[in-house]
Design a protein around this ligand. Structure first.
Ligand code: PMP
Length: 350
């Protein structure tokens, strides 16, 4: 709070990340596996001669080329950002006038409304019945509120629900507003809208290296859109938004496709095991949601007690409201410990 800040900024609640003091961090949907020793050697070699006295490449050519190659994209469609957080904020400045309407859904990633609030936009948050998003809800809601832009995460953070590509394509065909599909977790799901970018000039796809690419600490994300839209974002981003260390270190990591496939398989296997274990506890008062991402969302009246028990064991997960817990998929040993604590906790409560 400051008397110098804009009124709307003083009114915004601050985003409060968990302090990183837990042994087992299952709250932020990070990848539990850091780049392995081979990749670390490549990163070290890439950084050895980093020209630290110079500004970095403002167009981040090498990183964009690597990402475009790996994803089969035209480089002119790829805009680099200091994580998706920066790109989400840029979207609001580039495409929304203050007072214009941003449509989001609930539940979804809270930072959409936050950055729109910083910009002074009107935010309409539409509840998803049964936590499900489909083309009809998208189309109807966007028309009802006269949205200039609609944004949602796919798979959804926090529920893990997935909007199939054909549903999105149907909505894109019917809507005239900008449609932003935040695919932070799509590497785990395989239903990407990237192939639709060439067909729809109102689509922006957001991708991050923080999850499947194991690079949350590097801060790197991409907006992918038709060249005219991409050029607008390139114009408004600050020239040196990707520092030289990120640019150099990211290239070998982005190109390590085989390692990434193995990593994704391992996390998906662990997620499917964890999901089955939790489903077996549904009779004890747990509702578990199927997830296409690297986390599982569940609801139970016992959420506060379970959260406290997990924290006592050094495990941090993410609470949502009174009954929701979102648990990131970690290593198998970590997930076994979580299952054990939830089982014991529910038994004690019954
Ligand atoms: N979008 C979604 C849906 C997310 O969950 C996150 C991270 N929690 C982000 C964007 C931000 O990702 P980044 O690390 O690239 O800033």
């Amino acid at each position: 709070m400051s008397r110098f800040a804009c009124g709307r900024i003083n009114a915004l609640p601050a985003y409060e990340p968990n302090p990183a003091i837990f042994d087992c961090k299952l709250d932020a949907n990070e990848n539990p596996y850091p780049p392995d020793s081979d990749l670390r050697a490549l990163i070290a070699a890439a950084l050895a001669d980093a020209p630290l006295n110079r500004y970095p490449d403002p167009l981040a050519h090498e990183v964009r080329r690597a990402y475009a190659d790996v994803m089969g994209l035209d480089m002119a469609c790829v805009v680099p950002g200091n994580g998706l957080d920066e790109l989400i904020s840029l979207l609001m400045s580039a495409f929304l006038e203050p007072q214009e309407c941003l449509l989001t859904f609930s539940p979804d990633f809270s930072m959409y409304a936050f950055y729109a609030g910083v910009r002074g936009c009107r935010v309409v948050e539409k509840a998803k019945p049964g936590y499900r998003l489909d083309a009809d809800l998208l189309i109807r809601s966007a028309r009802d509120c006269g949205a200039k832009m609609v944004i949602f995460s796919n798979p959804c953070n926090p529920t893990g629900g997935l909007l199939p590509q054909r549903e999105l394509a149907r909505a894109l065909g019917e809507l005239d507003c900008l449609v932003v599909a935040d695919e932070a977790y799509m590497d785990f799901a395989g239903e990407s809208a990237l192939p639709l970018v060439g067909q729809y000039d109102n689509l922006i796809v957001l991708r991050t290296c923080s999850k499947a690419f194991s690079l949350a600490g590097l801060r790197l994300g991409f907006a992918v859109a038709a060249p005219e839209l991409a050029a607008v974002l390139m114009k408004v981003k600050s020239p040196y938004n990707l520092n030289v260390l990120t640019q150099l270190a990211a290239v070998p990591c982005i190109r390590a496709e085989q390692k990434r496939r193995e990593n994704l398989q391992e996390i998906s296997r662990t997620r499917d095991w964890f999901y089955r274990e939790l489903c077996a506890l549904e009779a004890d008062g747990l509702t578990v949601y199927p997830s296409a991402a690297n986390f599982i969302y569940l609801e139970t009246d016992g959420a506060p007690a379970l959260d406290a028990q997990l924290q006592r064991a050094g495990i941090i997960v993410r609470r949502f409201g009174a009954r929701g817990l979102r648990i990131t998929i970690g290593r198998p040993d970590e997930m076994r410990a979580v299952v054990q604590i939830i089982k014991t906790g529910l038994e004690q409560m019954s």
